[in-house]
Design a protein around this ligand. Structure first.
Ligand SMILES: [Zn+2]
Length: 206
């Protein structure tokens, strides 16, 4: 079942941590005690980073022996970290070309777009990035949502709307007070910063 039997236990542990760590972290962020909220931030953010790295391993077929099993796990994990908004097949293809062709196949040249944007917009993005708020990542996330409406087929558009709807209904935060909402926001930013630190500030694939 696993590609490397000697790594089965550790891979299982990492997979379980990604799913249960995320669930437990979100639950902790909804508790009234602020200390549990903070613990939830760290746990959720770290589990999200695990989910992203596991998707990367699945794209290289290093978790399970079969490609289908790796694809299924990656697709499930993509629901945790929001990568599901783009198709996993597209993400996998781009990533494998990143290795095979030694280039990042993206159709959006964000440095050029930012250079052409009004000076205030460029200054805002630079200021946010300086303050470790991942403005470029947020921009690219928006782009993933918008792209099917500009270039995609009707099927792509329906898929995007359906996924956004499902996430809004089933992944919505429980009723959070101000502190908990702040924790959720911190968690998202912390996860992005942690991933950026590990990646050396490489923007997300789109
Ligand atoms: Zn890779």
């Amino acid at each position: 079942m696993f590609r490397y039997p000697d790594g089965a236990a550790l891979n299982l542990l990492a997979i379980a941590y990604a799913f249960f760590g995320w669930g437990a972290g979100v639950w902790l962020m909804t508790r009234p005690e602020w200390a549990l909220n903070e613990l939830g931030v760290v746990l959720t953010a770290n589990a999200l980073v695990y989910s992203a790295y596991l998707i990367h391993e699945c794209a290289h077929n290093t978790i399970f022996a079969s490609t289908k099993a790796n694809d299924r796990l990656a697709a499930a994990l993509s629901w945790l970290n929001g990568a599901c908004i783009a198709t996993y097949a597209g993400l996998k293809e781009k990533h494998l070309r990143h290795h095979a062709d030694r280039l990042d196949v993206v159709t959006f040249d964000y440095p050029s777009v930012l250079n052409a944007a009004p000076p205030w917009a460029k200054r805002l993005v630079l200021a946010l990035e300086w303050a470790y708020v991942p403005a470029v990542d947020i921009l690219l996330r928006g782009l993933v949502i918008a792209t099917p409406f500009q270039y995609g087929t009707m099927r792509d558009r329906v898929r995007t709307v359906a996924i956004l709807f499902i996430r809004a209904v089933f992944f919505r935060r429980p009723r959070l007070d101000l502190d908990q909402r702040r924790s959720a926001l911190c968690c998202s930013l912390f996860a992005l910063c942690q991933r950026d630190a590990l990646h050396g500030r490489v923007p997300a694939h789109v």
